[in-house]
Design a protein around this ligand. Structure first.
Ligand SMILES: CC(C)(COP(=O)(O)OP(=O)(O)OC[C@H]1O[C@@H](n2cnc3c(N)ncnc32)[C@H](O)[C@@H]1OP(=O)(O)O)[C@@H](O)C(=O)NCCC(=O)NCCS
Length: 345
């Protein structure tokens, strides 16, 4: 095999009673590691190439520590050494290639690569991931297979403890796995693992960011970023606004928001936006909505379906408060308005 690989991670995993992995925490996943590091993995463990998930014992970790030191990868060498003290199973997940994941350990590695900002949303293959993940209760006593929860709750009560259940979901909170630099999040439950929050992103309490989605720069997020949606630098999502995951109306094109846009409070988009667009507060633009395109004198030039305007820049969408018609104007005010808002981020 060629000793270049897509990614690997050393982590700590949780299994259910059947021995299936519920989740894996990778302290410092590594993207495209150097050949020396890959050689160290091959020499120290049972890894023989390809995409592989292995449970490591103390002697594996000892060898890995020594060989990674020789390879000059101090960070991973120190991690291997530290993990020798783990009372929970230690996992080495190696992805030689970026293909569809085949087990939860691989899914978790990919989600963490995104949340660590090593990979942008849509830049790793996640096909079929949903079916691989087990419904998990995320609790004050760690992740528990939801089918085992009632039994654990009873046991805890018998010992005088109450298990606090934070959520039942296939995905955990991102912040319990990684807190990227330069961000603020008002409520950790609103950001799922696999979200991509760029430096300069604030997610306020009503904001939400799904997996394989997120921001690429400064953004104030007070609305929802659906799975797959990527928001460009300098764009803000007003309170309670909504982005649809795909072009609405049964479309399968994933929508995106460009740079320096403002989606107003309680507005929503079922189409993509280019750069410097504004959507008026409360206006939901679905792909099939008829939109009157206005000229500078507010005269209707044409009426089009919103999907025809998807991805175009410098547009202002509003619902005419007198007629109810959705209107689209070239957005000369957008830049100035955004600068003013960003001054208060
Ligand atoms: C759409 C929006 C950007 C327009 O704001 P603006 O560019 O400052 O425009 P103005 O309110 O100054 O209005 C300009 C003109 O358009 C008219 N106008 C504005 N909205 C209109 C509407 N929906 N229907 C008809 N006319 C409208 C105004 O009456 C005004 O008319 P005039 O020139 O005769 O005085 C603004 O209303 C908006 O929704 N901003 C979003 C703010 C937000 O939600 N931020 C996030 C907070 S969490």
């Amino acid at each position: 095999m060629s000793n270049t690989i897509f990614a690997f991670g050393l982590g700590i995993g949780t299994q259910n009673k059947e021995g299936n992995w519920l989740e894996v925490f990778y302290a410092t996943p590594s993207l495209n590691p150097e050949k020396n590091t890959v050689d160290a993995l091959l020499e120290s463990t049972n890894y023989e190439g390809g995409n592989s998930t292995l449970v490591l014992d103390e002697s594996d970790l000892n060898r890995l520590h020594m060989n990674l030191l020789k390879a000059g990868n101090i960070e991973q060498a120190e991690l291997a050494s530290r993990l020798k003290a783990s009372t929970k199973p230690v996992i080495l997940c190696v992805l030689a290639t970026d293909e569809a994941p085949t087990n939860p350990a691989e899914v978790y590695l990919k989600l963490q690569l995104i949340s660590h900002r090593f990979v942008k949303p849509h830049n790793t293959v996640l096909d079929g991931m949903f079916g691989l993940l087990i419904n998990t209760a995320w609790t004050s006593e760690g992740p528990i297979d939801v089918r085992e929860l009632a039994d654990r709750q009873l046991s805890a009560r018998m010992e005088g403890r109450t298990i606090e259940v934070f959520s039942v979901d296939k995905f955990p909170k991102m912040l319990n796995f990684v807190v990227p630099t330069g961000i603020r999040v008002g409520d950790a439950a609103r950001v799922r693992l696999g979200a991509h929050l760029a430096e300069g992103t604030t997610v306020m309490h009503e904001g939400f960011v799904n997996f394989n989605a997120g921001t690429l720069g400064n953004s104030m997020v007070e609305g929802r970023i659906s799975a797959g949606v990527v928001v460009g630098n300098g764009s803000d999502l007003g309170g309670g606004c909504s982005t649809m995951g795909t072009l609405s109306g049964g479309g399968n094109i994933v929508i995106a928001v460009g740079e320096k846009c403002l989606i107003g409070a309680n507005a929503g988009i079922g189409i993509g936006l280019g750069d410097r667009c504004i959507v008026e507060s409360g206006l939901y633009i679905t792909a099939g909505s008829k939109v009157a395109v206005l000229d500078e004198n507010n005269q209707v030039v044409s009426t089009v379906k919103a999907r025809e305007l998807s991805g175009q820049s410098d547009l202002l969408f509003r619902r005419n408060s007198e007629t109810g018609t959705i209107e689209c104007k070239t957005n000369k005010a957008a830049i100035a308005l955004n600068e003013m808002l960003h001054a208060h981020n």
